[in-house]
Write a protein that binds this ligand. Structure first.
Ligand code: NDP
Length: 443
């Protein structure tokens, strides 16, 4: 049995009841074998055995009081996965589904993603099973303050710099930053995704969605194609989805569908992004309300967004939201490219089907790296105590995404798997981390 499969088999046994983490390991480890065959020192140094074990995991109680005066308790997590190439960096997710398996899968993916950005950031992830949906702002603040009261002991601007993710946007980052500052007595760049008035970077809000579209456009360009006049379906209607849709439309695509966990809208004339922003960012409402703005649009409850005919599919909601049947349907309807805005939205089977059928497939760890890359730019601006303009940050983001495409494309080709950007992203991300680990000894 190969080294990567041995490590995978052992990891699955050692970490029972962690299906999402197993899935991430299964997606990554076997693709590294060709690179490891060419670099046997990696096996000798036990690099994979060390890389799949987080450097540190913190699980903690988060007590808070709701508006009715009742005491509520949630679980908090921070998995500090790898600091081989820089301080731990990765988002915080607040969603009822959050558990150790999900935080570990996200943290593991983050190591490779952060390496791909070319910036000095290690991998981490965290969050809570707290659900901000339906809570008052006071309740969200009470939760965030309690969460940070414990988390602040484990983070600082040189050790671990969390950011947002599902359920954690500008409001939550603001409350957590306020509490951190009070406890640490330090105004520093410990969180990214901050508001513009207190150290946030231009473009951070837009970065993951914009970056996704920049990378997909580069992938199409390298295949003598473009997004112009293409029909685009985007799942989700949160931070990543909204700005992916906006950039796709700005660059000439026609976005006809968006969704949330309740259902999806279809607007054949092209989705009105400003209406979606008002519903989601201002009113914190449901995507079903879109038909009040555009009566000709259709809302359908439940899953099914992937049955809409499109040229380009951008899954931007959550893990495993696009399965093998969805992939087959997309292909049948003529889909030519898929870019993962979310983390691991396509199941292993779905990704395999796209590859086998020649669909251009950009995996999340490359395609959605624009968010964390811009977070790293926010860290640089905070450290220098200055602010770059929107255009400056947007240019840097664009260059980073083009570089990421080039590096995953080259790595795929070098390993004899031309066009397989899953393998390309895994190998390109792994190389730098493995090299750093080899030089730092057994730690
Ligand atoms: P948001 O919370 O802003 O939006 C999430 C969207 O996905 C919402 O529309 C939500 O619908 C939907 N959604 C969430 N969970 C489910 C579910 N179980 N089933 C169906 N729909 C669901 O999160 P983000 O946009 O920030 O994140 C989306 C994805 O992108 C995640 O996978 C995240 O890890 C990834 N990502 C985010 C980055 C960022 O910078 N924000 C960076 C890189 C990756 P509803 O409101 O109904 O729950």
């Amino acid at each position: 049995m190969s080294y990567t499969l041995k490590v995978l088999e052992k990891a699955i046994l050692k970490n029972p009841n962690e299906p999402e983490f197993h899935q991430a390991l299964t997606e990554v480890l076997p693709t590294l074998q060709p690179y490891i065959d060419a670099n046997p020192e990696i096996e000798k140094a036990g690099i994979l055995e060390r890389l799949i074990e987080p450097e540190r995991t913190v699980i903690f109680r988060v007590p808070w009081v709701d508006d009715k005066g009742r005491v509520r308790v949630n679980k908090g997590y921070r998995v500090q996965f790898s600091s081989a190439i820089g301080p731990y960096k990765g988002g915080l997710r607040f969603h009822p589904s959050v558990c150790l398996s999900i935080v570990k899968f996200l943290g593991f993916e983050q190591i490779f993603k952060n390496s791909l950005t070319g910036l000095p950031i290690g991998g981490g992830k965290g969050g809570s099973d707290f659900d901000p949906k339906g809570k008052s702002s006071r309740e969200v603040m009470a939760f965030c303050q309690s969460f940070m009261t414990e988390l602040h002991r484990h983070i600082n601007e040189n050790t671990d710099i969390p950011a947002g993710d599902i359920g954690v946007g500008g409001r939550e980052i603001g409350y957590m930053y306020g509490q951190y500052k009070r406890l640490a007595n330090s105004f520093d760049g410990v969180l990214t995704g901050k508001g513009q008035s207190y150290g946030g970077s231009f473009v951070r809000t837009e970065a993951t969605g914009y970056g996704l579209v920049y990378l997909v456009c580069e992938m199409l360009h390298q295949h003598d194609n473009s997004i112009e006049n293409k029909t685009v379906v985007v799942s989700g209607s949160g931070n990543v989805a909204i700005y992916a849709a906006q950039k796709a439309a700005q660059l000439g695509g026609k976005v006809v569908a968006l969704s949330d966990s309740g259902g999806f809208i279809y607007d054949k004339d092209g989705v009105d992004i400003e209406a979606v922003k008002e519903i989601k960012e201002v009113k914190r409402g449901r995507i079903s309300e879109y038909v009040n703005y555009r009566p000709k649009a259709v809302y359908t409850e439940g899953k099914g967004i992937w049955s809409i005919k499109c040229d380009i599919a951008l899954p931007c909601a959550t893990q495993n939201e696009l399965n093998a049947d969805d992939a087959k349907e997309l292909i049948k309807n003529g889909c030519i490219a898929v870019g993962e805005g979310a983390n691991m939205p396509a199941t292993l089977e779905a990704a395999e089907i796209f590859l086998k059928n020649g669909v251009l497939f950009a995996p999340g760890k490359a395609a959605n790296a624009g968010g964390v890359a811009t977070s790293a730019l926010e860290m640089s601006q905070n450290a220098m105590r200055l602010e770059w303009s929107f255009l400056e940050v947007d240019h840097k983001l664009h260059d980073i995404m083009v570089n990421i495409y080039n590096s995953i494309s080259e790595a795929a080709e070098e390993s004899g798997q031309k066009g397989n950007y899953i393998a390309g992203a895994n190998i390109a991300g792994f190389k730098k981390v493995a090299s750093a680990m080899l030089q730092q000894g057994v730690v």
